[in-house]
Design a protein around this ligand. Structure first.
Ligand code: HEM
Length: 430
C-alpha cells in the first residue's frame, strides 16, 4: 500500500524529524506525532535511533501476533546476553522471547492471576482499599498518586504473596526504589539493585519454608506450581517476585491515576454516570486502556526480513510497536480522540490473549496481544475497578482541586516508559 502524500511540517508530515521522540513535547502529548506516523509513515525507519516504528492498529496487532518474525528476546540460551545480569529485576520472564523457557515459566504462573484463584483475593483488595482511604478521608482532599494509587496495588501484592503485614511498609520502600531504578539509571539504578537484593535476602528463607510447607498465599502457590513435574527454581521465583512489583504494581498504580485523571479532567460530564452505576468503572478502565494507556510502546527484534505495506524491515532490526498510537487509529475506532466510556465500537469487557472478540468489536492494545499478552490483565482490571469504586462510594462531590492540570505524562515514553499524571489533587465532601 502506497503512503499518502503529505505536506511537510515540523511536528510530522513527510519530514518527520526523529529527534522529536526525545522532546518533552512528545512526552507530554505524543498524539499529533502518532497521527503523522499513521498517516504518512506507517512503517517509519528512524535512522537517528536505529529502529523502526509501527503505529497503525492492524500493523501493531499483526506484529504482536507474529512471534516468529517479531521476537522480544533479550536472552537466548545460545546468545551473548547473560540472563538476569543487566536487569534490575534479575532473571525474569520478560527477558525470554519466543522460546520453550518462556512457555514453561508462563504456564507455571499464569493461572495464579485469573479465575477462582484471583477471586480468592478480591475481598482483600476491598479491605486494603478501605484502609488506604481511611488515612485521608477526613482531610476533604487527596493527592491521588502519592496517597492512593501508589499505595493500593503494592499492598495488595504484598498481601497476596503472604508477607507479614508488619513488613508491608518496608516492602513498599523496596518497591519505590526498584521502580526508580528501572526508570532513571545511575544512582537510582544502584539503589534499585540494593532494594532488590535486600528483598531477595528477605524472601529467600520464605521460599525454602513455603516450598516444604505451602499455604494458600501466592508465594507458596508459585513455589509449588508444577508443569510436567517441573517447578520454578528459587532464582526464577525471586526474579518473578521482583517483576511482579513493577509489572503488577506500578502499572496498576498508574492505571488508577489515569482513570481518575480522565474522568475528572477529560470527561467530567461522564462522572455522574459512573457514580450512579459503579459497574461502569470497568468501562472507564477499558476506555483508559485505549485512549491513553499506561504502556504506550513495546519493543521487538525482527528474526527475518518483514515486508509491511511498501517497506521492508530487515532481519535483526529493532522495532517499536506504538500501541498508544494504534489505539487512536481512525481505521479501528470512530472518533478515536474522544474519551467516551459508552463507546460502542470498543470491546468493553475482559480482554483475551488473541485480541479477537465474539462481539466483533476491536479491543484496546494496552495489554499487548499474543505470546506475551499481559498475565495480570484480569487482576489489573479488577483491582483498578474495585479501588476506584471504593473511593467513589466513600466521598461526595469529588472534583479537581485545581482547574488546570498538565495532564498524563511520563519521563521516557519511547523506551516503553509508563504514562500517568505525576500529581493529581482532588477535593471532596463527606
Ligand atoms: C493496568 C495494568 C497493566 C498494564 C498496562 C500492563 C501491560 C502489559 C503489557 C503491554 C504487556 C505485554 C508486554 C509485551 O508484549 O512484550 C504485559 C506483560 C506482562 N504483564 Fe502486565 N500490565 C498490567 C498489569 C499487570 C499485573 C497486575 C501483572 C501481574 C499480576 C502483570 C504481569 C505481567 C507479566 C508477567 C507480563 C509478561 C508476560 C509474558 O512475557 O508472557 N501485569 N503487561
Amino acid at each position: 500500500m502506497a503512503e499518502a502524500a503529505a505536506p511537510s511540517d515540523e511536528r510530522g508530515g513527510r519530514d518527520l524529524d526523529p529527534r522529536v521522540f526525545d522532546s518533552p513535547e512528545f512526552q507530554r502529548d505524543p498524539f499529533p506525532i502518532y497521527k503523522a506516523l499513521r498517516d504518512h509513515h506507517p512503517v517509519y525507519h528512524d535512522r537517528f535511533h536505529n529502529r523502526w516504528i509501527l503505529s497503525r492498529y492492524w500493523d501493531v496487532d499483526g506484529a504482536f501476533q507474529d512471534n516468529e518474525s517479531f521476537d522480544r528476546a533479550m536472552y537466548k540460551p545460545d546468545g551473548p546476553y547473560k540472563f538476569g545480569t543487566n536487569h534490575v529485576f534479575g532473571p525474569n520472564i520478560l527477558e525470554y522471547g519466543n522460546s520453550d523457557e518462556h512457555r514453561r515459566l508462563r504456564n507455571i504462573v499464569a493461572g495464579q492471576f485469573v479465575g477462582q484463584k484471583l477471586n480468592d483475593f478480591l475481598p482483600m483488595i476491598d479491605q486494603i482499599s478501605h484502609e488506604v482511604i481511611d488515612r485521608f478521608i477526613d482531610d476533604g482532599e487527596v493527592e491521588i498518586v502519592s496517597q492512593f494509587s501508589s499505595q493500593v496495588p503494592i499492598r495488595v501484592i504484598s498481601n497476596m504473596l503472604g508477607l507479614p503485614r508488619e513488613d508491608e511498609n518496608t516492602f513498599v520502600g523496596w518497591y519505590q526504589d526498584l521502580i526508580a531504578g528501572l526508570g532513571f539509571g545511575g544512582e537510582y539504578f544502584a539503589r534499585g539493585l540494593k532494594a532488590r537484593n535486600d528483598m531477595w535476602d528477605y524472601i529467600d528463607p520464605m521460599i525454602e519454608e513455603r516450598s516444604k510447607n505451602p499455604g494458600e498465599d501466592l508465594l507458596s502457590r508459585i513455589c509449588v506450581a508444577e508443569l510436567n513435574g517441573s517447578r520454578m527454581t528459587p532464582e526464577e521465583i525471586k526474579g518473578f517476585v521482583a517483576l511482579l512489583l513493577a509489572a503488577g504494581g506500578d502499572t496498576t498504580d498508574k492505571a488508577i491515576a489515569n482513570m481518575w485523571y480522565h474522568l475528572m479532567y477529560t470527561r467530567p460530564d461522564q462522572y455522574p454516570d459512573v457514580r450512579d452505576n459503579p459497574n461502569l468503572w470497568e468501562n472507564v478502565f477499558t476506555e483508559m486502556m485505549r485512549y491513553d494507556p499506561v504502556v504506550h510502546a513495546q519493543f521487538r527484534f525482527t528474526t527475518r526480513e518483514v515486508q509491511i505495506h511498501d517497506k521492508v524491515i530487515p532481519e535483526r532490526a529493532g522495532v517499536i510497536l506504538y500501541l498508544g498510537a494504534g489505539n487512536r487509529d481512525e481505521r479501528a475506532f470512530n472518533d478515536p480522540d474522544t474519551f467516551d466510556i459508552h463507546r460502542e465500537d470498543l470491546h468493553m469487557r475482559r480482554e483475551n490473549r488473541s485480541g479477537r472478540y465474539k462481539d466483533g468489536k476491536n479491543g484496546h492494545l494496552g495489554f499487548g496481544i499474543g505470546q506475551h499478552f499481559c498475565m495480570g490483565y484480569a487482576m489489573a482490571r479488577q483491582e483498578s475497578a474495585i479501588a476506584c469504586r471504593m473511593l467513589a462510594e466513600r466521598v461526595k462531590n469529588i472534583r479537581p482541586k485545581f482547574t488546570e492540570h498538565d495532564g498524563v505524562t511520563a519521563p521516557n515514553i519511547d523506551s516503553g516508559g509508563f504514562r500517568a499524571p505525576s500529581e493529581l489533587w482532588l477535593e471532596f465532601d463527606r
